[in-house]
Design a protein around this ligand. Structure first.
Ligand code: IPE
Length: 260
């Protein structure tokens, strides 16, 4: 089984509120269909979630009743993005079923304390493709907070021990520094977790409430420590996802599962 996260920066334009990249999603849906692998899908919130979440300070938890409307609106918008992703998958003939995080998991001070993994297993066993997404959720300590797609990926990887975890992002993979800001950044084809420690990352330009690349590297360290290979690849380039899923050589970063 593969666990794939479609990053918010690939399926939306992060600089424009509520901008869905329909054509990119259509192609990614076709690649998933063509590869025909058992897959558990996660997608990020992009400009349907981050801007609102920041406006209403949702990741800091409950401060005042004014945030309730913001929580509800943010949920509605990520759910709307989820419907668009679902529709695209259906159009390519993938029997995807949406599993909204807020209804099946609970965090406590941003850390997972409760999650219904069984629902994913049951849909997979019946031949469906479960689809979940970064969402606003209940949080025991904070009242509410945000569960990122990356955290979902980490939880699902820990539970299901997939063959590979794939992050579909808007870069070819990992670089020695941020390629959007440093022209000397070098591409990393293969890496181990100890090599990851040496990387310098800088946060990106967008209002990312869930830590961007820095947070992603922490997530990857966790996943590879479970001995699961993790791949980062460019979702904007034709067939990178497809080729990787079928095991064909293609440009991406592979981080070997294992502690060293
Ligand atoms: C964020 O999810 C969820 C909300 C802001 C509600 P992600 O952190 O997984 O989204 P992307 O991939 O960075 O856009």
């Amino acid at each position: 089984m593969f666990i794939v996260k479609l990053g918010g920066s690939v399926i939306t334009d992060k600089s424009k509120k509520y901008f869905f990249k329909r054509q990119v999603m259509k192609r990614l849906s076709s690649e998933l269909k063509k590869a025909n692998k058992e897959t558990l899908l996660v997608h990020g919130a992009g400009s349907f979630g981050h801007i609102l979440a920041k406006e209403h300070m949702l990741n800091q938890g409950y401060k005042s009743n004014k945030q309730l409307q913001g929580f509800s609106l943010t949920h509605a918008m990520v759910q709307k993005l989820n419907s668009l992703v679902l529709e695209s998958l259906h159009d390519r003939g993938i029997a995807a079923v949406s599993i909204p995080p807020h209804a099946i998991l609970k965090l406590d001070d941003h850390k997972p304390v409760k999650m219904d993994y069984n629902i994913f297993r049951e849909y997979l066993d019946r031949g469906f493709t479960p689809l979940t997404f970064g969402d606003v959720v209940l949080d025991g300590k904070l009242g509410f907070s945000i569960c990122s797609g990356d955290l979902l990926l980490q939880m699902l990887a820990e539970h299901f021990k997939p063959e590979k975890v794939i992050f579909v992002i808007d870069e070819d993979g990992l670089y020695t520094s941020n390629p959007k800001m440093d022209k000397n950044a070098k591409f990393i084809e293969k890496s181990t977790v100890s090599e990851l420690e040496a990387l310098t990352t800088s946060s990106n330009a967008y209002d990312d409430v869930t830590k961007g690349m820095e947070g992603k590297i922490e997530t990857i360290k966790h996943i590879v420590s479970l001995e699961i290979d993790t791949i980062m690849l460019n979702g904007n380039i034709d067939n990178r996802l497809y080729d990787t899923l079928i095991g064909k050589e293609s440009k991406h970063t592979l981080i070997y599962g294992g502690k060293k």
